[in-house]
Design a binder for this molecule. Structure first.
Ligand code: C2E
Ligand code: MG
Ligand code: MG
Length: 385
C-alpha cells in the first residue's frame, strides 16, 4: 500500500548487486525508472539509485490518486528484466522486488539475509530462483502458462462436482518449471503475491468466459491481506456477485501467516463479496486449528498425507475421522485430497468426507469435464454437504 510520501524501492537491489555485480543492479534500476516514466509518473530517484519518490502525474500535474498506485509495485515486480547480454548466461533474467516504504520488507534484501538461511549456497540459490521465476513470468507474458483443472467430486455421486481447482502449468520444455520448484522460489524471493495476482486474473477471465464454471485459485498465505492488489479485485467482485459466487480462493500455507489480523480482514472481505474461502493442505504446512477458528473458511482441504497414513499396512493412523469431525464441528465443509484409489475414496467417505479430490476422481487436465453440473458452492456449504 502506498505511503503518504509515495516512496517505492527496489528491495533486492543489494542482493542483485551481490549476485550479478553492480552493473546489473544499475541496469535494473534504470529499467524501473524507465517503467515508472512509461506509467506517466514524475519521479525522483535517490542517489543510491534504488529508491524512487513518486512526485506526481505527468498528464494531470498534481498528486497521483492512491488507487492508481495500488497495483504498481506488483506490475513492476512482474516484469522479468533481461540480463543475458550482461551476464552471458543464456536466457538469464531477474526481477526487481518492489515495495512501498510502509510494506513489510521481503525476507531477503541483502546477501547476509540469504546466507543466514542457506549458508554459502545462498547466493547461488537466489540466482537460480530468479532465473526460474523469470522464465515463469516470460511464459505468462507469452501465453505459455495455463491452468490445468482438477475436479472436487462427491464420493457417492461422481457426477456432482463442487468445483474445479486451477493448478498452474507451463509450456517450457526442459526448464524444470513445476509448482513444486516454482512456489518455494516465489516465496523465498518475496514474489509469490505478484504471481498470485497474475493467476487470479487468469482464473477470473476463465470464469467470465465460462458462465457455468465454478473455479478455485490457489494463493499463498502471503497474498491473504488487503494491503495490495486484492482490494481492486474485491471491489470488482462485489459489483459482480455472479462471478464472486463461482470463485473459490484456496489459501495455501507453505509459509506461515505472519499477520493473522490482516488475513482475518481479507477472509471477511472475500466472504462479503459472496466468494468462498478454502484452507488448503490442512494438517500439513503451517495451518493450525487456531487459524481455522480465526479465518472461518467455508471449505477445509485435508492434506493427502492423512489418507496415506490411514492406508498403511503397518501401524495405520486413525486420525482422519477425528480431523474431519473437528473441522465439521468448527463449521467447515471437508474435502479430502490425494484420493488415488477406490479403497482410499471409500475410507475417506467412512471417515466423514463426501467431497474428495485426487487422481481417482480425475487428474488435473487442460479440459474441464462436467463443469456444467457443478453445483453452487454456497448452497452446498450452507447445507454442510
Ligand atoms: P495443492 O493446491 O494442494 O494441489 C494439489 C496437488 O496435488 C497438485 O500438485 C495436484 O496435481 C496433486 N494431486 C492431485 N491429486 C493427487 C493424487 O491423487 N495424488 C497425488 N500424489 N497428488 C495429487 P501440483 O499441481 O504440482 O501443485 C502443487 C502445489 O503447488 C499445490 O498444492 C499448490 O500449493 C501449489 N500451486 C499449484 N498451482 C498453483 C497456483 O496457481 N498458485 C499458487 N499460489 N499455488 C499453486
Ligand atoms: Mg489447492
Ligand atoms: Mg492441497
Amino acid at each position: 500500500m502506498p505511503s503518504r510520501a509515495f516512496e517505492i524501492e527496489i528491495s533486492n537491489f543489494e542482493l542483485i548487486a551481490a549476485c550479478w555485480g553492480p552493473g546489473v543492479a544499475d541496469h535494473v534500476a534504470h529499467r524501473i525508472a524507465t517503467r515508472l516514466c512509461e506509467f506517466g509518473l514524475r519521479i525522483e530517484q535517490d542517489t543510491a539509485r534504488r529508491r524512487f519518490r513518486v512526485l506526481g502525474d505527468v498528464a494531470h500535474d498534481g498528486p497521483v490518486p492512491e488507487d492508481r498506485l495500488a497495483d504498481l509495485s506488483y506490475r513492476l515486480t512482474a516484469e522479468p528484466i533481461d540480463i543475458e547480454a550482461m551476464t552471458g548466461e543464456p536466457g538469464a533474467g531477474v526481477h526487481a522486488v518492489m515495495t512501498w516504504q510502509n510494506d513489510e520488507p521481503p525476507r531477503y534484501r541483502g546477501p547476509r539475509d540469504v546466507r543466514r538461511d542457506h549458508g554459502d549456497d545462498g547466493l547461488s540459490l537466489y540466482r537460480n530462483d530468479m532465473h526460474l521465476i523469470a522464465r515463469a513470468f516470460r511464459c505468462a507474458a507469452e501465453g505459455r502458462m495455463a491452468a490445468h483443472w482438477q475436479p472436487v467430486r462427491h464420493h457417492a455421486d461422481p457426477s456432482r462436482i463442487l468445483y474445479h481447482e486451477g493448478l498452474v502449468r507451463f509450456d517450457d520444455p526442459g526448464a524444470g518449471l513445476s509448482p513444486s520448484t516454482l512456489f518455494p522460489a516465489l516465496e523465498r524471493t518475496g514474489i509469490a503475491s505478484t504471481f498470485d495476482r497474475v493467476m487470479v486474473r487468469h482464473v477470473l477471465d476463465e470464469l467470465r468466459a465460462h458462465p457455468d464454471a465454478v473455479l478455485a485459485v490457489n494463493i499463498s498465505a502471503n497474498s491473504a491481506h488487503l494491503n495490495g492488489w486484492w482490494r481492486g479485485v474485491l471491489t470488482m467482485l462485489a459489483a459482480q456477485p455472479d462471478l464472486a459466487a463461482r470463485l473459490v480462493v484456496e489459501i495455501t500455507e507453505t509459509e506461515p501467516i505472519t499477520h493473522i489480523h490482516d488475513a482475518i480482514a481479507f477472509a471477511r472481505a472475500l466472504r462479503a463479496t459472496g466468494a468462498t474461502l478454502a484452507l488448503d493442505d490442512f494438517g500439513a504446512g503451517f495451518t493450525s486449528i487456531r487459524q481455522l477458528m480465526d479465518l472461518v473458511p467455508a471449505l477445509v482441504k485435508v492434506d493427502g498425507l492423512f489418507l496415506q497414513r490411514a492406508m498403511r499396512d503397518r501401524e495405520p493412523c486413525h486420525s482422519l475421522p477425528h480431523l474431519v469431525g473437528l473441522i465439521r464441528e468448527l463449521g467447515g465443509t471437508v474435502i479430502v485430497e490425494g484420493v488415488e484409489t477406490q479403497t482410499m475414496a471409500d475410507l475417506a467417505y467412512v471417515s466423514g468426507a463426501v467431497w474428495q479430490q485426487g487422481y481417482h476422481h480425475g487428474r488435473p487436465s487442460a479440459a474441464r469435464r462436467g463443469t456444467e453440473q457443478a453445483e453452487p458452492v454456497a448452497r452446498i456449504v450452507a447445507g454442510r454437504g
